[in-house]
Design a protein around this ligand. Structure first.
Ligand code: 1CP
Length: 338
């Protein structure tokens, strides 16, 4: 069994498996070169050969235990009919959905594959080309996090429009969540059929929700997605990443999540108490990948020591940043496995 799948099954290995969020990305010169060749970030996402190439690039440099499909969480809104573009230096721009009537104007969920089929081709190429011991992770955004982009039309600091809709017209708001949920089930189901062995839901903005809504808006939609996927594909392993919810991490102790990814704002030791010994992933501060040296080794060892008798996957608390030094990844691997 692949090392990471072993830990996701609740077992403990000698040293933890490791991969990094955004391991394919702008900190690697070869990624920047391939993106330029593709023309733009979105053209890269929809080009199966080049998307597979950038997924494999970090694996050629580093002996990670998993590869994560190269794509983006905003492809589902695009497949549902929203205009999407990435403006250099500004991030994503989307057309918006702000009323129940506008939800009805979206394309039907059954049509998403017209747009998303190149992504399934990327997964097929990866399933064929990855070394036997490397697991393949598919992913999507959580319904809440994807909804924030559809409602705001861009990245946002406070997600004010999304939270306001939630209070003013809860049932209209929840019908958007439900639609994203249904699309995500079909999208991830196709990724699994194409060869993804693990699926992860990124709920990057869960921490913006008020406590009383975390369960119903963040956790439960992710549970329903994973429950349906496990029904269709009993072998599939699941990771949920409700980022930034602090004390509310206890709400993520649900059977549909084989693993919960933890951000750097809480200690792994605390998380593992609250989450009852469930497999956890995390949680090194991405800043240490810029700083490097003894700081990187010390902070990484601290996490490994805290989690040494527990099912655990080493990762960062959030994605590796464009400013990270690629050489520091070798030092991290040595610190974690040494
Ligand atoms: O210029 C570029 O090359 C674009 C940078 C980039 C990259 C490398 C974006 C734009 N997306 C990605 C790839 C990506 N996005 C992956 C690939 C797999 C990996 O290596 O991890 C994944 C898993 C994502 C997921 C994603 N996209 C998230 C969730 C994870 C997180 O970082 O919180 C989010 C919030 C997005 C939206 C997004 N895509 C890109 C940007 C700049 C953003 C954030 C916009 C904002 O600030 O709100």
């Amino acid at each position: 069994m692949k090392k990471i799948v072993n830990n996701l099954s609740g077992n403990i290995t000698n040293t933890p498996p490791i991969w990094l969020m955004r391991q394919a990305g702008r900190y690697l010169p070869e990624y920047r070169e391939t993106r330029a060749k593709a023309g733009s970030f979105l053209e890269l996402c929809y080009n199966p050969e080049l998307a597979a190439e950038v997924t494999l690039q970090p694996l050629r440099r580093y002996n990670f235990d998993a590869a994560i499909l190269f794509a983006d969480i905003l492809l589902i809104p695009q497949a549902l009919g929203l205009d999407l573009s990435f403006v250099a230096g500004e991030g994503p721009k989307l057309s918006t959905v702000r009323t129940a009537h506008e939800i009805e104007q979206l394309k039907p969920v059954d049509d998403i594959h017209d747009t998303l089929s190149p992504i399934y081709e990327t997964v097929k190429i990866l399933a064929k080309e990855l070394p036997d011991e490397t697991a393949l992770i598919g992913f999507a955004g959580s319904p809440w996090t994807v909804a924030t982009y559809m409602i705001e039309g861009q990245g946002s600091k406070d997600h004010a429009r999304a939270r306001r809709w939630l209070y003013e017209d809860f049932s209209g708001f929840m019908s958007l969540i439900t639609m994203i949920e249904e699309a995500t089930i079909e999208y991830l189901s196709m990724q699994i059929q194409a060869g993804a062995e693990i699926v992860k839901l990124f709920d990057s903005w869960a921490g913006a929700l008020p406590y009383d809504y975390i369960n119903i808006v963040s956790i439960e939609p992710m549970q329903r997605i994973f429950a349906e996927l496990k029904k269709r594909h009993p072998h599939i392993k699941t990771i949920a990443f409700p980022r930034g919810i602090g004390a509310a991490y206890e709400l993520a102790n649900v059977p549909e999540f084989d693993c919960v990814a933890i951000d750097a704002s809480v200690s792994m030791e605390w998380a593992s108490t609250v989450l009852g010994g469930k497999c956890l992933q995390g949680n090194l501060d991405p800043m240490t990948m810029i700083v490097g040296g003894d700081v990187l080794k010390r902070e990484a060892r601290k996490i490994v020591d805290q989690m040494k008798d527990k099912p655990f996957i080493f990762n960062l608390g959030h994605g590796i940043t464009p400013e990270a030094n690629p050489d520091h990844v070798h030092d991290l691997l040595e610190a974690v496995r040494g």
